[in-house]
Design a binder for this molecule. Structure first.
Ligand code: GLN
Length: 535
């Protein structure tokens, strides 16, 4: 296409409606029509990035290949579309303001008063158009976090209003709202949607397309009512009913003509509806799978969004192994109190994932879970902090260093099997200073990891950590049966360990969960699930 087109996705009434899934689905559907797309998220909070945020606030922190700590919605974008996002796909109010203030300090504004309009809004627009203008995407989909009416999102909406005004039909606005069902009256209520659209109109934005989240089917009468009250064409009132899986959403959106409606609004010929062949095959496998594989996630955050990418990666891999995955969260702190029911849950799993994390809380439970898996030969996957706990457990129990630890937990340990990297020792700022993003790793031929990766020896995986395996202990580990099978060829850092004598006991310093997608499940998750189902 001659010039890039822009699609804005906003949400109203309540949060957690699944704007990320809708944005990812739009991306998927346009991609299926042969367009080059990207998806970007604006978060209205003031943090520079979510890297320093507690997962209880906004769920997991996702990491792009180029090392940006971002909102978890970028994970959905990559999993749905297979695109690779970068630091340009994730923005926060904090980053925008910082850029503007830095420019002010360096005198770039030539004596002008710096204001939200036009300086902040221009900076926002610049960062939206950057993807279209310099990266050559046909469509840039921009999801605006938060809910319409929030004070924080006002500058983003103003930037969007201006872009719509400047670009005419090359920019469309999609608004996602909620239609509650009132049980006592047995009625679906559209009033909150009408109010939300009014609020948007107050910001000078007429939505082109409405997507109504609903637990019950909306009949044509209700859709027509919404269309009439909100100045939206009937074919542009789409409903997003609860579905058994988020991966059904693109198909449901296509059935209702969402992608066609977008193209029509933009004056682009619609043409034939593309087949979602591979995607539908994935869905068919999912629907067909009846047997389950039980995976326990041993972690400290009792919140499903905290381990989003891990759960999705397990789910992709289970589908390709003709299984439904049954994921049970196991609070590692309860394992420390030898809570019988928590241990019963551990004992009933086909495989365990020892989750990533930071800080002291819950690590003893993770070590105990790693020990249980090692001693009972239960398939066990340690990710980042999870791998570090496998390494500590092995040192304490097999190498005989009872005080072995990570210096993150005990700076004075005599046996610092996990330690800070040299360059991290002088770091004083917390945000954005970890080992972040993609690094190469060389896999030892013949290892279980090598088999999992289908015989590949050179891989790239994404990182997010400060601490590392201490190479002083490498030979001892190797001698005693824990092999360092993945090594960074540039820094010689250990990236993967495994115990070959066990069925599947692998720890990765990197985060493979960030790069599993629907159509390309991650090889380590695939082989972990295979091991978990082969008793
Ligand atoms: N806290 C550990 C480190 O910084 C592990 C981090 C993680 O699990 N992402 O090295």
């Amino acid at each position: 296409m001659a010039s890039s087109k822009y699609i804005f996705v906003t949400g109203g009434v309540v949060s957690s409606l699944g704007k990320g899934i809708i944005s990812a689905s739009i991306g998927k559907l346009l991609q299926a029509r042969g367009y080059k797309i990207t998806i970007q998220k604006f978060d209205p909070y003031i943090n520079i990035d979510p890297g320093t945020l507690n997962p209880y606030e906004h769920g997991e922190c996702y990491v792009t290949a180029d090392g940006m700590e971002t909102d978890l919605d970028l994970g959905h974008y990559e999993r749905f579309t297979g695109i690779r996002t970068t630091r340009h796909n994730s923005m926060t109010t904090g980053r925008i303001y910082k850029a503007v203030i830095d420019k002010e300090r360096s005198g770039e504004y030539l004596g002008h008063t710096i204001q939200v309009v036009p300086h902040i809004t221009d900076e926002i627009k610049r960062r939206i158009k950057y993807l279209g203008d310099t990266q050559g995407y046909d469509f840039v989909i921009t999801e605006i976090g938060g809910t319409i009416g929030d004070i924080e999102s006002a500058p983003f909406l103003e930037a969007m209003r201006q872009m719509k005004w400047e670009m005419g039909r090359d920019a469309v606005s999609i608004h996602l709202t909620y239609v509650p069902y009132i049980k006592a009256a047995d009625e679906l209520k559209t009033k909150p949607t009408q109010h939300s659209v009014k609020e948007l109109l107050g910001d000078g934005i007429q939505p082109d397309i409405l997507i109504l989240r609903t637990e019950k089917h909306l009949d044509d009468h209700l859709r027509a009512k919404v269309a009439g009250f909100c100045n939206v064409d009937l074919e542009c009132v789409i409903q997003s009913e609860d579905l058994p899986s988020i991966y059904e959403v693109p198909v449901n959106m296509q059935k209702q003509g969402l992608d066609a409606a977008i193209l029509r609004k933009m004056g682009i010929p619609v043409g034939e509806t593309p087949q979602l062949g591979e995607w539908n095959r994935f869905l068919a496998m999912r629907r067909k799978a009846t047997e389950t594989v039980n995976i326990g996630l041993v972690g400290k955050y009792d919140l499903q969004d905290a381990y989003k990418s891990i759960s999705e990666s397990l789910s992709h891999a289970a589908t390709y192994n003709d299984r439904k995955v049954n994921i049970t969260f196991i609070n590692s702190e309860l394992l420390e109190d030898t809570d019988d029911s928590a241990w019963d849950t551990v004992h009933s799993q086909d495989g365990l994932v020892i989750c990533p994390g930071f800080g002291q809380r819950g690590i003893t439970g993770k070590i105990l879970a790693a020990k249980y898996a090692r001693e009972n030969d239960i398939p066990c996957f340690g990710i980042c902090l999870g791998m570090q706990m496998m390494v500590i457990e092995f040192a304490r129990d097999v190498l005989g260093y009872t005080d072995a630890d990570s210096t993150e937990m005990n700076p004075d340990t005599q046996h610092n099997v996990i330690d800070l990297m040299k360059e991290q020792k002088t770091v004083t700022q917390m945000g954005g200073t970890m080992r972040l993003g993609e690094y190469p790793c060389e896999i030892r031929p013949g290892s279980r990891a090598f088999q999992a990766y289908g015989g590949q020896t050179d891989i790239l995986e994404r990182h997010r950590h400060r601490y590392e395996f201490n190479n002083r202990y490498r030979d001892e580990y190797e001698r005693e049966g824990m092999q360092c099978v993945g090594i960074n060829p540039d820094s010689d850092l250990v990236e993967m360990v495994e115990i070959p004598a066990l069925r599947w006991y692998i720890g990765t310093q990197f985060h493979p969960e960030y790069s599993s997608t629907v159509l390309r499940p991650h090889p380590l998750f695939m082989s972990f699930i295979k091991a978990a189902i082969s008793k």
